[in-house]
Design a protein around this ligand. Structure first.
Ligand SMILES: Nc1ncnc2c1ncn2[C@@H]1O[C@H](COP(=O)(O)OP(=O)(O)OP(=O)(O)O)[C@@H](O)[C@H]1O
Ligand SMILES: [Mg+2]
Length: 218
């Protein structure tokens, strides 16, 4: 039987004594694209940060790509984020003072890969071949998000974690970014968890789960 790529069991998280996640259990299979919806403050970003190894749960276990990251120390978590995860954010988080190509090379360089050919290849894949020498400010929002998608995929991570990736785009640009994400994920069999509060965005996913009061409603 296929193992899940991401598995959370009874995951709890509180900040300063205030519970945010109250026992999350969720399994996501390899190649699956899951959208997480929920109202503002319901804990969507908290959940994504836990799966991405940016924070640790108070209770419960989290397994990603066969590693039990909830028991990792700081150094193991850093390596996990660098090798196994790709991130896409609402405001792109591109470094402003280096070119598009250098932005996409960052995950490669962090993994000791100096060859830039994959960075060129992924920029081509997201439709930005020829824009390698541009700076982020010279690109539209949709183009900047495409660069960040190339950056999220270039080091071949097992999971892609996207937090409101269309949140700063108009709906037409948002749709084209979502089409690109879905197409690349299917082509490369990537597992995606995407957080959104926009109904149209969740329709691109294979499955949508809803967080309310710190638990997943099914
Ligand atoms: N690092 C932190 N320290 C303290 N409180 C936090 C931290 N991160 C999140 N919280 C709190 O946890 C709750 C859930 O926050 P979270 O960012 O996960 O919500 P969200 O569902 O992503 O909301 P939004 O849709 O507005 O982005 C909020 O009340 C928030 O203030
Ligand atoms: Mg959030």
């Amino acid at each position: 039987m296929k193992e899940p790529m991401i598995e959370l069991r009874n995951v709890e998280k509180a900040y300063s004594g205030t519970p945010v996640l109250g026992g999350i259990t969720l399994a996501v299979m390899e190649g699956e694209f899951v959208a997480v919806t929920g109202s503002s403050g319901s804990g969507k970003s908290t959940l994504l940060n836990l799966i991405g190894g940016m924070d640790r749960p108070d209770k419960g276990t989290i397994v990603v790509d066969r590693g039990e990251i909830s028991s990792y120390d700081d150094q193991q978590l850093t390596l996990f984020r660098r090798r196994k995860a790709g991130f896409v954010f609402q405001f792109f988080n591109l470094l402003p003072n280096i070119t598009v190509l250098e932005n996409v090379r960052i995950p490669l360089l962090l993994n000791g890969i100096r060859d830039a050919s994959d960075a060129y290849r992924f920029l081509e894949k997201v439709g930005l071949g020829g824009r390698e020498a541009s700076y982020p400010y010279q690109l539209s929002g949709g183009e900047q998000q495409r660069v960040s998608i190339a950056r999220a995929l270039v080091h071949d991570p097992g999971v892609i974690l996207a937090d409101e990736p269309t949140g700063s785009l108009d709906s037409r640009t948002g749709r084209s970014v979502m089409e690109l994400m879905r197409e690349l994920a299917k082509e490369m069999s990537k597992t995606i968890i995407l957080v959104t509060h926009e109904e149209y965005v969740s329709r691109y996913a294979d499955r949508t789960v809803h967080i309310s009061d710190g638990v997943i409603l099914t």
